[in-house]
Design a protein around this ligand. Structure first.
Ligand code: ADE
Length: 250
């Protein structure tokens, strides 16, 4: 997958998060190709300014349309199925389902806004989708773009050593994950649940499913209400004392 990042702070992407761990390896192995574009290179006034005061008055500055649109237009065409995304607190809320949708593209163009926002005409001219990573306001879209890149990259075949772990991860089936344990067997007086040491794979699978259901019911009843549950799941929830249809505890 090719990912173009349009930003006035290219240094954020040049040495740090993207170069580390799973993402760093995916880039080295050419599974992901990152192209960072400095929006400031497309500002044509002597100060290379990318922001201006808002029409109608008010606090804060607005990102000028011309440098952003020109930066988008400077990208080479092609590269397969692509989508242009503006990172913005007004966008569609990012979640695992949206990550899976984006993972189907060959090319993502991520535009990072700054200041109070981006001139509305940018959205009309060259944005397919606005995405928000949550209901809070960041200083810019850069951190949000990193979040989206990380979540999407994990879903590209070959990026994780074991593709199944992406498929099994939290949220794929709409539930939070079951608890995990590793050695030592007893740590500061706290033991690993016996079932995990039993070697009985079916018993372990059932225990994990039950704990995932319990955790989701307690912490995120909103997810439970939308999760794909079968009859066995409903029975487990009932045994745990949760009312499935209401999505919360009885
Ligand atoms: N830019 C500023 N805040 C943001 C958010 N919550 N999500 C995406 N982009 C942003």
């Amino acid at each position: 997958m090719k990912i173009d990042i349009l930003t006035i702070f290219p240094e954020i992407f040049q040495s740090g998060y993207l170069q580390t761990g799973i993402l760093g390896k995916a880039i080295q192995r050419n599974l992901i190709n990152i192209n960072v574009v400095n929006i400031r290179d497309f500002a044509d006034d002597p100060h290379r300014s990318t922001d201006d005061r808002p029409y109608g008055g008010g606090e804060g500055m607005v990102m000028k349309p011309e440098p952003v649109v020109k930066a988008v237009e400077s990208l080479d065409k092609g590269g397969g199925k692509s989508i242009k995304v503006l990172m913005s607190p007004q966008g569609e809320k990012f979640d695992q389902a949206l990550a899976w949708q984006l993972a189907k593209y060959d090319r993502l163009v991520l535009i990072c806004g700054r200041y109070e926002g981006v001139d509305e005409r940018v959205k009309e001219l060259c944005v397919d989708k606005e995405i928000s990573i949550g209901d809070y306001v960041l200083s810019g879209g850069e951190l949000a773009a990193l979040v989206v890149i990380d979540a999407v990259a994990r879903l590209i075949p070959g990026v994780l050593g074991n593709y199944d772990s992406a498929v099994e991860d939290s949220f794929k089936d709409g539930l939070l994950e079951h608890p995990h344990y590793t050695r030592p067997r007893v740590f500061r007086g706290k033991s690993v649940p016996d079932v995990l040491l039993s070697g009985d794979h079916e018993k372990i699978r059932l225990w994990r499913r039950k704990e995932a259901l319990r955790r989701t019911a307690l912490r995120r009843p909103d997810l439970l209400a939308r999760a794909r549950l079968d009859e066995k799941d409903r029975k487990m929830l009932k045994d745990l004392g949760f009312e499935v249809n209401l999505g919360g505890k009885n």
